[in-house]
Design a protein around this ligand. Structure first.
Ligand code: PEP
Ligand code: MN
Length: 337
């Protein structure tokens, strides 16, 4: 449990030193930071000390216990919104960013053709899985290293930054050599060793919500990454499991404004995995824009019927181009760049 020591305004360095020397003698971990814009020291392991005792420490104005278990992800410890720069793209600055591409990289021609089309239609980043978390061990598992080479070529040809999933800590270095953004998939949202390992990198992390995860669990997963020192986390709502079986998942659209209320991190929506039906991707994308998401991640395939994974929810090229036109129109209405 963390406690926050809010410091008196303009405390002299000598008083601050006395405070830090005092904390050094206590069995607590501490670090400096800002709390709602004020200078503070966060301490951990202080549950056996009464707040009254902590208030008596030199230079301390007030002792607060955070109301949420996630700390770095909450709005309490950061002013304004986190904006994540990927190449020339900014995520979280009020613009609406589009990440598009196939569920899986299947061959060189497929990813390069897709990259060219999504770029021309106005997408900002290219997605494509090469390490695939498949429910069945007999399903296509992704092209691995070869797929990374194809992604790297597509990136070079189009200039689009690349988002791809990393499944295990051993692959991080290799994936980082090509990817501009590392994706942590829904099934790995609570793979704590993986979260800690990507937290030690400096790459932006696209963290997908676990299909059974509450928002508190989601934000605590982000906290794992942030607490390792990587503060470039993008949250992605991709649908949760409910009793409804007519869609693959249920898009929890209300979580978008709520996450933005609770956290400073950018929030994007993946309508493809949320509904699992091509025909619903456009209406759900409209909803994501209207509700204040920072962007979308959409699956696009040259020939969805023949896709090796998630063809049913993938848009073909004309449908993706139509989606981009519609979003362009809506951006004006909602005053989003
Ligand atoms: C994907 O993006 O292809 C994917 C596997 O998504 P999720 O982890 O949300 O199921
Ligand atoms: Mn997919």
């Amino acid at each position: 449990m963390k406690r926050v020591l809010i410091l008196k305004k303009g405390i002299p360095p000598a008083t601050r030193n006395r405070l830090v020397n005092g904390l050094m003698r206590l069995p607590v971990k501490y670090e400096s930071g800002l709390w709602k814009g004020e200078e503070a020291i966060f301490i951990q392991g202080s549950s056996s000390f009464s707040p009254w005792l902590l208030t008596r420490l030199p230079g301390v104005r007030e002792v607060v216990q955070p109301s949420t278990p996630y700390f770095l992800a909450s709005r309490d410890t950061r002013e304004g919104n986190t904006v994540i720069q990927v190449g020339s793209v900014r995520i979280g600055d009020g613009s609406f960013v589009i990440i598009a591409g196939p569920c899986s990289v299947e061959c060189r021609e497929q990813i390069i053709a897709t990259a060219k089309v999504v770029k021309k239609a106005g997408a900002h980043l290219l997605r494509g899985g090469v390490y695939k978390p498949r429910t069945s061990p007999y399903s296509f598992q992704g092209l691995g290293k070869t797929g990374l080479q194809y992604l790297s070529e597509a990136r070079k040809l189009t200039g689009l930054p690349v988002v791809t999933e990393v499944l295990s800590p051993e692959d991080i270095e290799r994936v980082c050599s090509v990817a501009d953004v590392l994706q942590i998939g829904s099934r790995n949202m609570q793979n704590f060793p993986l979260l800690k390992a990507v937290g030690k990198t400096s790459s932006p992390i696209l963290l997908k919500r676990g299909m059974m995860a509450t928002l508190e669990e989601f934000l605590l997963a982000a906290e794992y990454i942030l607490s390792e020192g990587n503060d470039r986390v993008i949250l992605c709502e991709r649908g949760i499991r409910t009793f409804e079986t007519s869609t693959r998942n249920t898009l929890d659209i209300s979580c978008v404004p709520l996450l933005k209320e609770l956290s400073h991190l950018p929030v994007i929506v993946d309508p493809s995995h949320a509904c699992g039906r091509r025909s619903l991707v456009l209406p759900l994308s409209r909803a994501a824009l209207a509700v204040g998401a920072d962007g979308l991640m959409v699956e696009v395939h040259p020939d969805p019927v023949r896709a090796l994974s998630d063809g049913f929810e993938s848009l073909d090229f004309p449908a993706f181009t139509a989606l981009m036109k519609e979003l362009h129109r809506l951006r004006h209405i909602f005053q989003r760049s």
